[in-house]
Design a protein around this ligand. Structure first.
Ligand code: HEM
Length: 192
């Protein structure tokens, strides 16, 4: 590469590690953005178990960890990892994994109670949800689903999340592989 072609940053000093904090504990870390006040109860590390099924598959038991964190900006980061359990609650194999963002809608500096949620899975599916927060309850429905060419055919989804007696509960429905909306997952997780 000739000197004229070199970008100016090529010989700049090395950068420090990412200097901002990502926190899953509202008591420490950066202050929670006011947009996230209605979702404050969700921030944390959660672990628990659930039961799943679909018209096309056998019912199954699973365990799951969810991390919901923030960095002081008006969105939550969402990460979930699940694994299948046998009848003795021993791990069989890794299962669903998902990550994305929960974005409360703000108008004139006030949260409207609406939520935009973006989620992706390693199985080639991207879900765009619109939702509502009321009290501790979060209700989501897909606005769009995008799939890679090799992904299973998922066309819609619906989710209901709640915080009940300090636990995170949810139920999730899917429209997939030729079926209309039907339950796929429900679980109860407590703070890990
Ligand atoms: C806690 C997370 C999840 C768990 C534990 C889970 C578990 C399972 C299991 C055990 C199966 C049966 C096939 C297999 O053994 O792989 C399955 C199938 C399936 N799951 Fe999930 N899943 C999760 C999340 C999701 C999500 C987020 C989506 C959609 C975005 C999804 C869509 C599907 C579809 C489309 C099938 C295939 C059904 C069929 O081909 O008949 N799953 N899931």
């Amino acid at each position: 590469m000739t000197a004229e072609m070199e970008p100016p940053w090529l010989h700049a000093p090395p950068v420090e590690p990412y200097p901002y904090q990502d926190s899953d504990d509202v008591e420490s870390g950066p202050p929670l953005h006011p947009a996230l006040a209605p979702l404050r109860a969700y921030v944390g590390r959660w672990r628990g178990r659930g039961r799943g099924g679909y018209p096309t598959i056998e019912d199954f038991d699973y365990a799951q960890e969810i991390r919901i964190s923030h960095d002081g900006r008006p969105f939550l980061a969402y990460e979930s990892r699940a694994w299948l359990l046998d009848e003795r609650s021993q791990a069989i194999r890794p299962a669903g994994r998902e990550s994305g963002w929960w974005r409360p809608v703000m108008v004139d500096g006030e949260p409207t109670g609406e939520l935009e949620v973006l989620l992706t899975t390693p199985t080639g599916i991207m879900e765009l949800h619109v939702g509502r927060v009321s009290g501790h309850q979060v209700e989501l429905a897909t606005d769009a689903v995008l799939r890679t060419t090799t992904a299973k055919e998922v066309t819609a989804g619906k989710r209901l999340y709640g915080i009940v007696e300090g636990a995170l509960l949810y139920a999730q429905e899917l429209a997939a592989v030729g079926h209309g909306l039907a339950p796929h997952l429900s679980a109860r997780l407590t703070r890990a």
